[in-house]
Design a protein around this ligand. Structure first.
Ligand code: GUN
Length: 280
């Protein structure tokens, strides 16, 4: 079997166009503020992309750039000001933060209704408890790609490779909410290959280049690769050995052009949803 390619770039473009059309019907402009502390080059690229995509969708976007030696108290003061600003519907603090800042304390200071990353403990708890709330963007994007691929989630065996707070855990919660039978595998899992081979749906989110091999994939499985790894030779690869796995999978996401574009599209969707929830 040769897998269908799940075109995340196209799905994201459609979602962004739909969001722009929806924003145009609102009697107000949803507002998104992104905070970048320090000068991590990768973070700077992500933040620019988020700002540009938000503006293209008609969102009132602004980026606050703060120096790497910013005191935690100064960052918290900015968040308090944004929490109180009625024109701001979404607040996103780009991670990682410099080491002297307690990221959990910063996330917890964001108004949960404006937490468009879905990282606040209130939103994390809502997702874990199967309650409505703002859902992290990459996991939300993964679910949209599965639905776009026509994956039958109810009763399916889903294997989530990776247990991070940003991807693995929330993806597992969303798959469970969609009635999949969910296994979370991680670095301590015994016989990872055998666990993967049982899966109808495999989500790889470990950050290890091409770790998932072709003979780990069940014939016809749907494979979503969340990994983005830069190799020494400059190539960008996922957590999945693409060519090998595509030979067995039923459907698979490429890297780049799979999950990556969905993250920003879902951030825009969260911002619009947060605005509508707050302002009606
Ligand atoms: N850094 C890497 N991914 C993310 C994300 O989804 N949100 C934020 N805030 N920072 C990140």
């Amino acid at each position: 079997m040769s897998a269908r390619i799940i075109d995340g770039k196209a799905v994201a473009a459609t979602l962004r166009a739909e969001l722009a059309a929806r924003v145009a019907t609102l009697p107000y402009q949803p507002g998104l503020t992104v905070i970048l502390v320090g000068d991590d080059p990768a973070s700077a690229v992500y933040v620019r992309s988020k700002d540009r995509a938000a503006k293209e969708a008609g969102i009132l976007a602004q980026t606050i750039r703060m120096p790497a030696d910013t005191a935690q108290a100064a960052l918290l003061a900015d968040i308090a000001r944004l929490n109180a600003d009625p024109a701001v519907d979404g607040i996103l603090v780009q991670l990682p933060l410099p080491n002297h800042i307690d990221a959990q304390a910063v996330i917890a200071a964001i108004d949960p209704a404006k937490d468009v990353d879905g990282f606040h403990p209130i939103n994390v708890g809502a997702l874990a408890g199967g309650q409505p709330g703002l859902v992290p963007c990459t996991p939300a994007g993964v679910m949209k790609l599965l639905r776009h691929a026509g994956a039958n989630l109810s009763g399916a065996r889903a294997l989530v490779l990776g247990r991070s707070a940003i991807v693995g855990r929330p993806v597992a919660a969303l798959l469970l909410a969609a009635d999949a039978t969910v296994t979370i595998a991680h670095s301590r899992t015994r016989d990872l290959a055998a666990e993967c081979r049982r899966a109808d749906i495999l989500i790889a989110a470990v950050g290890r280049p091409e770790m998932v091999r072709g003979d780990w994939i069940a014939e016809g499985a749907t494979v979503i690769d969340v990994g983005i790894n830069r190799l020494a030779d400059g190539r960008l690869v996922g957590d999945v050995a693409y060519t090998e796995c595509a030979a067995r999978a039923g459907a698979i996401t490429p890297v780049p052009g799979g999950v990556g574009p969905m993250t920003i599209a879902c951030l825009l969707e969260n911002t619009v949803e947060a605005a509508i929830a707050r302002r009606g």
